[in-house]
Design a protein around this ligand. Structure first.
Ligand code: ADP
Ligand code: ZN
Length: 731
């Protein structure tokens, strides 16, 4: 017997198949999808069994497979094929697809680690009567008889609770034996009296529609668009409970576990040890255990972040993707997959149902729902007692004249009111990304590309402002082209400064800061969220990370500082992301009985996007933004591909970027648009220069082949790197 092995080539991610002989002792064990160790160039490396073949003609002696890495962890047929889908749809090597699908504990390692976690137990090796007999006759040694008595009482004892000498003595007398048992590191049990809400009318309707579809094993995707606090989680929990009753399983994806621990706890409450969880903050051992639970069919619900979409649950009935608009569902590095696309593939295999849930779905998904590709279900009301908050926009231009640089009079007044009433406050500091953009601090003016409507990026070396989509550039002016003040600079306000000012204004207030600095330690997110929830603090001040999915019943005021700054990030999705951010942040206010209020501070009080947030008007935002996308040929009207040419030598990078651009212009459909090359938004990174080419297309039969050809050329290049991102989230 022979096996075709896809090997994990140690230095480059290149697909290589080699045939190995299966030694006799492994012939009954080896299966397709298993990870094995094989000799290769005088080393032992890992590989996947792609196929088992009975005969093979070779002029030379084939080497033998050395061992199986883990007999339990086998990629089943569904996942083997899913790997091929990943390879084709993201242009990644098959080997990195398979590596992505298994928990990191099974990736390439210099040393082998056994992740199974054992506990050592003492068991009796004679029956109870014999032990009692022994106790009667020879109970000279107190410690030994204590152990035996405990053993008679419990049947099984943890070895570490007893002294080694005592254990050894009893073992020698053949009264006890020692065994190792594998245990899971995470053990959760179901709660008995959980607070299950009776679904309201809208929730019930949504539930019934989706439930019926799961029961009928229809392949279908739903967009569950529910305002913040509409009780989507409650609908999910009820759907999963029913799915399990049918004997089927469910996967739930959440954007980031650390921020959504509140939701995960709800799943544990309902389903206890029937849940496996997956996220990057787990240790390798924990990941391994959770994966084993699935492989052994011991759990029916998986809750996790992006990569949990690859877990080998069988008989899937339902996949839920919560906060489906979140960027975290797309992987930034190879393989550049989107978990939503993988989910669609998996529901086809299982005849299952996919639910995409969000208060602010992406324009792509919302337009699919409106076209009927997905079924659109709306939850329009808050489920509990809370009403949607009242939003006020404050013009910071006027405030600056009054010397209120960070906090407006209005916001200060409202904070004071809340502090007096012992209610809580969230302050969101909206900070720009890493790109350097220029603003007028007097009137709020920003430079935009006349062709792409994208904020221009400032390049200090040349004193130029550039569009990193189409390459348009212009000089930076001395004074603002709009108000003619000499006030053009890069505004930037740090959370520390904002905290200091706030403390000065309210010396008695207890302020909690949450940003990159305060959350770098493992577990610090959870601690911050817990202590704020327990009302140990009055004000939570932080960056984007505080806007997501949190449910604090005593928060009645949300203040947003620099609301418009994220509108100026040079990306065509900036409007969409700003709308979602502010809408979600507003949604943190007034979630229980308290009346919620939101203050949005901005230099552009008339900005259309901000006013849509104010009016809680997703439809107007949607129509406005769709119109822009249509005119400027962005998704969902056009699809995108972004290519980055990267090299440490500027000229080399430039030269190859030009070549790639020319190649594409010659080899893809005339109707497709090739933009660039131009500088990427992150132009110089790790001492590498990065150029970007963007393709906009609608239908292009030639594109895939052209991209594949380019990829094949550059995979062997050592000095120049080509990154291809199909349907990128950021360009
Ligand atoms: P979403 O995920 O849509 O923002 P949640 O699922 O977090 O909303 O629910 C918001 C709040 O409403 C939670 O505190 C939840 O316990 C409560 N809730 C959900 N459904 C109901 C219901 N049918 N009746 C009363 N309260 C509900
Ligand atoms: Zn442009």
């Amino acid at each position: 017997m022979y096996a075709e092995i896809l090997i994990e080539y140690p230095t480059k991610k290149i697909d290589k198949f080699f045939t190995y002989k299966i030694p006799l002792d492994l012939q009954n064990k080896i299966k397709r999808g298993m990870k094995v160790k094989v000799p290769f160039n005088n080393k032992i490396i890992n590989g996947f069994v792609m196929q088992i073949i009975s005969t093979y003609n070779s002029s030379y002696e084939l080497k033998e497979i050395k061992e199986i890495v883990d007999e339990e962890l086998v990629l089943n047929d569904e996942l083997m094929n899913l790997g091929k889908f990943l390879q084709e749809s993201t242009l990644c090597p098959l080997i990195s697809a398979y590596q992505t699908m298994l928990p990191s504990s099974l990736k390439i390692k210099d040393q082998d680690t056994n992740y199974k976690f054992y506990k050592t137990y003492i068991l009796p090796s004679k029956n109870v009567e014999d032990l009692q007999e022994y106790l009667k006759n020879y109970h000279k040694n107190n410690l030994q008889s204590k152990l035996l008595n405990d053993l008679i009482g419990n049947g099984k004892l943890l070895k570490k609770n007893y002294s080694n000498a005592v254990v050894k003595a009893l073992k020698e007398k053949k009264l006890i034996k020692i065994i190792d048992e594998q245990e899971y590191r995470i053990n959760k049990s179901k709660k008995n009296n959980i607070n299950k809400h009776k679904l309201n009318e809208e929730q019930q309707l949504a539930f019934e529609k989706i439930y019926t579809n799961i029961k009928n094993s229809n392949i279908k995707t739903y967009l569950l668009e529910g305002v913040t606090g509409s009780g989507k989680t409650e609908v999910y929990l009820n759907l999963i409970a029913k799915t399990l009753e049918m004997g089927k399983t469910a996967i739930v994806l959440v954007p980031e576990i650390t921020l959504t621990m509140q939701i995960v706890e709800r799943f544990y409450e309902w389903f206890g040890s029937n849940v496996a969880i997956f996220h990057s903050a787990l240790s390798n051992g924990e990941k391994y255990d959770e994966y084993l639970k699935i492989v052994r069919n011991e759990v029916s619900v998986v809750v996790g972040t992006r990569s949990a979409i690859f877990t080998p649950l069988k008989n899937i009935g339902l996949i839920i993707i919560d906060e489906e608009h979140s960027d975290t569902y797309k992987q930034d590095n190879m393989p550049r997959y989107n978990a939503i696309e993988i989910a669609k593939k998996r529901i086809e295999y299982h005849n299952a149902t996919l639910v995409l849930g969000s208060a602010t779905p992406t324009l792509e998904d919302r337009s699919r729902a409106l076209k009927g590709v997905y079924e659109h279900i709306k939850l329009t009301k808050r489920a509990g007692m809370g009403l949607l908050p009242q939003v006020t926009i404050v013009d910071m231009l006027k405030e600056i004249k009054k010397k209120n640089f960070i906090y407006s009079e209005e916001l200060i007044k409202k904070i004071k009111e809340r502090l007096d009433n012992h209610e809580q406050i969230i302050i969101l500091l909206n900070r720009r990304g890493y790109s350097t953009t220029i603003n007028c601090s007097n009137c709020g003016y920003t430079y935009k590309c006349p062709h792409c409507d994208i904020t221009l990026t400032y390049h200090k070396s040349t004193n130029n402002l550039r569009c990193h989509y189409c390459g348009y550039f212009q000089k930076k002016d001395e004074e603002c082209p709009n108000c003619h003040e000499k006030a053009l600079n890069y505004l930037g306000l740090g959370t520390e400064k904002a905290e200091l000012e706030l403390q000065k204004l309210f010396p008695e207030a207890k302020i909690l800061r949450m940003d990159q600095d305060t959350t770098s330690k493992k577990g610090s997110h959870e601690k911050i969220i817990e202590s704020f929830k327990n009302r140990e603090y009055d004000i939570l001040l932080g960056t984007q990370m505080i806007s997501k999915g949190l449910d604090f019943p005593y928060v009645s005021l949300v203040g947003v500082i620099n609301a418009d700054s994220s509108l100026n990030i040079p990306d065509f999705r900036s409007n969409e992301r700003t709308f979602a951010l502010l809408y979600q942040a507003s949604g943190r206010a007034g979630r229980s009985g308290l009346k919620g209020e939101v203050i949005i501070q901005t230099f552009n009080p008339d900005n259309f996007i901000l006013n849509c947030v104010k009016n809680n008007d997703f439809d107007s935002f949607y129509n406005y933004e769709m119109n822009l996308r249509r005119m400027l040929k962005y998704p969902p009207y056009y699809y995108l591909v972004s290519l980055k040419v990267i090299a440490s030598d500027y000229n080399l990078a430039m030269e190859h970027a030009t070549k790639v651009g020319n190649y594409l212009r010659k080899n893809i459909d005339n109707s497709s648009i090739v933009l660039g090359p131009t500088t990427a938004s992150l132009f110089k990174f790790n001492n590498n220069y990065r150029f970007q080419i963007v393709i906009k297309y609608r239908f292009d039969d030639l594109l895939t082949t052209a991209l594949k050809n380019l990829d094949d050329i550059y995979i062997n290049e050592t000095k120049v790197n080509l990154e291809i991102d199909i349907s990128p989230l950021h360009i």
